[in-house]
Design a protein around this ligand. Structure first.
Ligand code: AP5
Ligand code: MG
Length: 217
């Protein structure tokens, strides 16, 4: 099953993707995590992406296409994957469709996680991240040991683009460049919308219930 998790920054895409990847035993493909990992290794791609990410702008589509193509060609994606943060523009959605078609696959469902701006700002200001992709919150989703990831034991950090000006820009960019995808996917008949303001487990249960009705491909 190929699933896209869609929603504004801070809507819980990463949080839900990790849980869904475990339940459905398919990989979690986060373009944000891949870019951050490249930045950590100081690759040319990571350094190029940083210029956009720190300002809360989208990294140019051309950079993302190579990442997605390479990732989907890996054997662990054979039975599908969970896309988190891709696609974010209509051209990216068209590219994804072409790549999946070339591999004889289809996009089964797009989960649109709805969360209002005021909640996004509360969530992002208290977020703490791990390099493994896990995301915590100082009030809403605390790790067992303060500052340490429950999953891998690494030290948590605050993302550079979680500063207020970058977050406000990410929200504006989401509205302008990403939100049109909601109508795009609704017209394709693959859109499911969930209330992302509920507790993490309740959101997970709602997404799982929706995915369990999707016919296997
Ligand atoms: P990316 O890393 O994808 O960031 P984003 O879309 O802004 O989303 P976030 O990761 O901020 O939020 P999330 O929805 O994953 O929420 P989370 O689960 O962490 O992209 C970063 C940058 O990379 C972009 O700005 C762009 O520059 C570039 N980029 C990436 N992909 C790209 C693409 N395709 N094209 C171009 N550029 C691209 O949760 C947030 C917080 O809330 C956490 O603290 C969490 O613990 C808490 N939380 C989660 N769920 C709940 C809940 N139900 N109740 C209470 N708290 C909750
Ligand atoms: Mg994320």
């Amino acid at each position: 099953m190929n699933i896209v998790l869609f929603g504004p920054p801070g809507s819980g895409k990463g949080t839900q993707a990790i849980k869904l990847a475990e339940k459905y035993e398919i990989p979690h493909v986060s373009t944000g995590d891949i870019l951050r990992e490249n930045l950590k290794r100081q690759t040319a791609l990571g350094l190029e992406a940083k210029k956009y990410m720190d300002r809360g702008e989208l990294v140019p589509d051309g950079v993302l296409i190579g990442i997605i193509k390479d990732r989907l060609a890996q054997p662990d994606c054979d039975s599908g994957c969970i896309f988190d943060g891709y696609p974010r523009t209509i051209p990216q959605a068209e590219v994804l469709e072409t790549i999946l078609n070339e591999l004889g696959k289809t996009l089964d469902v797009v989960v649109n996680i709805e969360v209002p701006d005021v909640e996004v700002l509360k969530r992002i200001s208290g977020r703490r991240m791990c390099a493994c992709g896990a995301s915590y919150h100082i009030l809403f989703n605390r790790p067992e040991q303060e500052g340490i990831c429950d999953l891998c034991g690494c030290k948590l950090y605050q993302r550079e683009d979680d500063k207020e000006t970058a977050v406000l820009n990410r929200l504006a960019v989401y509205k302008k460049q990403s939100q049109p995808l909601i109508e795009y996917y609704r017209q394709k008949g693959v859109l499911v919308t969930v209330d992302g303001t509920a507790e993490i487990q309740a959101v997970f249960d709602e997404i799982s219930a929706a995915l369990d009705t999707v016919p296997a491909t």
